[in-house]
Design a protein around this ligand. Structure first.
Ligand code: NDP
Length: 400
């Protein structure tokens, strides 16, 4: 069918690339381009001979629009799948605009110097993408991503209006380290050390970090403590889902993770304010990232399952209704299939699916779209086909 340029070659990209290579009918040719070309070459060597997809590699600085434009003009992909870091979203969108190429990502833009999770910078590209006649698909990971598709599916098939959504993200995996993060530590720690917030009756209610705690019994995992966090899809779902009064996001954390995090925070290691160290400016959180285990190295040691999904409360034919849609994913199964743990897997698979649906024209529009704005059915089918089957429960335990 066509060509995709994949930017970044970390944990999530590695899974998405494995999945593109399993789907050679759509991804006939891919270019893996990242800051460190040797990682791209290593992955290419691993996959070549096992796939019909033709793989190219390149070095690129995705902060540099001119370099990106030159690469896109040379390779001429139908889509660019951005799996670098949220800091690169806008430069990559700029390059897509200049070359009129469709854009897909998994995380909203964040400025380097403030941990802000908002769509406003990317939504500001709406008119320019419309004028260029190209699609930007924002947030095609799991959360954001599958959680938005689940919401659109629930709305389409099960409700006349959805009044409440609770997104529950449970990682029941154990990697055996006292402290490590399952995806990029800098992005992960920025997210969990920020204030929490949820959307209720048209406004944001802000909480202290980890202020709201609940226990939930997750199918496939068991009972876990979970904490309310701000999460980027709350902002778009609050706009796009009809009848919504409240939307919250909870993530599970073990006590050891929280104790380590508190200690690191207390000594200033999670700060994103640059400090002077031996005559050089360093950002403490970036230094911490350098000493923590690389998330890519967790694959072989992580056992257990994830369970991520959404509980919906609303109305159908005038009656109250509840509905829970979720996916259970096994860390070791993922490792056997693609050499990664389930957090990278549950993000990389939807990234490939989003790129596929834009590439084959199933999902197309002119402008900037959050994932729940497209027809969820083809994505839901693809989740079952490509390794993230979903389950449903019509009588779930609710979160108070
Ligand atoms: P990693 O840190 O493992 O990988 C990031 C990759 O981007 C690395 O290969 C890195 O290069 C490359 N990169 C960084 N800066 C540049 C640059 N300036 N130019 C070119 N390449 C660059 O991160 P993850 O794979 O864990 O995460 C990738 C994305 O997925 C992030 O945006 C993250 O927020 C998102 N994510 C989304 C989730 C969801 O459910 N929606 C869940 C988890 C993650 P190098 O190898 O040199 O470091």
């Amino acid at each position: 069918m066509g060509k995709a340029l994949i930017i970044g070659c970390g944990g999530v990209a590695s899974v998405a690339i494995h999945k593109c290579c399993q789907n050679s009918a759509v991804f006939e040719e891919i270019m893996i381009a990242s800051r460190t070309k040797s990682k791209c070459d290593q992955l290419k060597n691993e996959l070549e001979g096992k796939t019909k997809t033709i793989i190219h590699t390149a070095q690129v600085d995705a902060d540099n629009v001119a370099e990106l434009v030159a690469l896109i003009n040379e390779f001429k992909p139908e889509v660019v799948l951005n799996l670098a870091l949220p800091y690169q979203d806008l430069t990559i969108m700029d390059a897509c605009l200049e070359t009129k190429t469709h854009y897909i990502d998994t995380a909203n833009y964040e400025p380097l110097d403030t941990a802000k999770f908002e769509y406003k910078w990317q939504w500001a590209y709406q008119e320019r993408f419309k004028e260029a006649g190209i699609t930007a698909l924002l947030g095609s990971g799991f959360d954001p991503g599958v959680t938005g598709v689940f919401s659109a599916y629930a709305m389409k098939h099960h409700f006349d209006e959805i009044n409440e959504i609770d997104i529950l993200d449970c990682n029941g995996g154990d990697h055996g380290y006292p402290f490590a993060t399952n995806f990029n530590p800098e992005i992960n720690i920025r997210e969990v050390s920020a204030n929490g917030s949820y959307w209720e009756d048209g406004k944001w209610i802000e909480t202290e970090p980890m202020e709201i705690k609940r226990e939930y019994d997750f199918k496939g995992v068991g009972k876990k403590d979970m904490y309310l966090l701000h999460h980027e899809e709350l902002e778009s779902l609050a706009l796009n889902i009809k009848g919504i009064h409240r939307i919250r996001f909870f993530m599970t954390f073990g006590q050891s993770y929280l104790t380590h995090l508190k200690c690191l925070e207390n000594v200033g290691m999670t700060s994103i304010e640059p400090i002077e160290f031996e005559g050089k400016q360093i950002v403490p959180l970036q230094f911490l990232k350098a000493v923590l285990p690389d998330p890519a190295s967790l694959g072989p040691r992580t056992v257990g399952k994830t369970n991520i999904g959404c509980i919906f409360k609303g109305k159908k034919d005038g009656k109250d209704k509840t509905y829970y849609l979720y996916n259970i994913c096994d860390h070791q199964e993922c490792y056997k299939e693609v050499g990664s743990q389930a957090i990278s897997y549950t993000t990389g698979v939807p990234a490939m699916i989003g790129a596929m649906l834009v590439m084959n024209g199933t999902w197309r529009g002119e402008g900037v779209f959050n994932i729940e704005q497209f027809d969820p059915d083809p994505f839901m089918d693809a989740l079952n086909q490509w390794g993230l089957p979903w389950e449903e429960d019509f009588d779930p335990t609710l979160v108070d």
